[in-house]
Design a protein around this ligand. Sequence first.
Ligand code: LCS
Length: 395
Amino acid sequence: MKNIRSKKLDTQVAHAGTNPDKTYGAVAPPIYQTSTFKFSSAEQGAKRFSGEEPGFIYTRLGNPTTAALQEAVAILEKGTDALATASGMAAVSTIYMTFLDAGSHMIASEAIYGPSRVVVEKEFSRFGVEFDFVDTSDIEEVKNAIRPNTKLIFIETPANPTIKLTDIKVCADIAHSNGAVLAVDNTFMSPILQNPFDFDADIVLHSMTKYINGHTDVVGGILVFNDKNLMIRTRKVLFNLGGTIDPHQAWLVLRGLRTLSLRVYKAQANAQIIAEFLETHPKVEWVRYPGLKSHPHYELAKKQMHGFGSMISFEVKGGVEGGRTVMNNVELATLAVSLGGYETLIQHPASMTHSAMNKQDKIDAGITDGLVRISIGCEDVRDIQDDLENSLSKI
Ligand code: LCS
């Protein structure tokens, strides 16, 4: 479609990345399931490698199906380019590998997806990378953590699993006035509900395993840029380290993406109802959902998000035991990690997604033993509510 960037969001979700004129009229982009591409001559092969001539070479370095997905997500995120990766963690580690050198320093949110933190503490530290995990929702903590060698600020907002928010624009300004780049993990919002480039972020990343694919059947990730030089720098690292996506995987994600806005709007409407239900429930200690006025960052949510999403954290009375009772008694909600699918999933971060973090760090980050995380799906909200009511009554 011509001028897709000027169209409204739902139109972009439906059409971005398709180009039937280039695919024998196929309306859905075909799966180019090939590892390599024929050159018409030795000269052409050399030109493709030197970059003199555009075109595909080898699937680790690019593939038409992958390119269609990258174009679609870049458009939705209001970026210029995107690089799809084999998983969300491949996207995260590619950013670390690109922007951190021995002796350089990174600042990140203390509550982020467990492995995004642990890979720095356990692996990148082996190569001399320095780091500080701070409460990035408190801007003073970010400012105080800055050092002359800070090269990367990495935030998740809302954060997994505390649902704390960080001011993207303020972090971008701090990063830029210190010569660092700001990367934002936008997985919890999807491109529908938050666009960090509007607030001067340099890199936006997603675990596409979550909302973008949305069908709980594919693992994938993506890095989005609005600066060619940053993209080219990152692309070199990604291609050589090899964390690129497979074309079949890319095609499935592109198929899932066509209903992204429908799913996101439905799940967030459900989540608002469930968050309000939990907040007044006598067995619930507290609820964190950006759409509740009780959320400490409710005003920031309204400023930088287009909606409140469908991730809720809550603590039930009775701490760990209470939480366990809820998780062992749900029937509709599935006890499983991951999030952002069409279905409701419930899990216990302290012993599951964030179990590799050390105990004190979990306490400091607010990942309490009683915290239960729920990813609200697209089911009828009355059934989700009945399920939670029933499991809470077992406490
Ligand atoms: N970033 C965020 C915010 C995530 O939640 C996850 C995975 C990743 C990155 C990594 O993506 P992956 O490699 O799994 O595609 N989060 C998970 C979670 O909370 N439960 O299971 C996986």
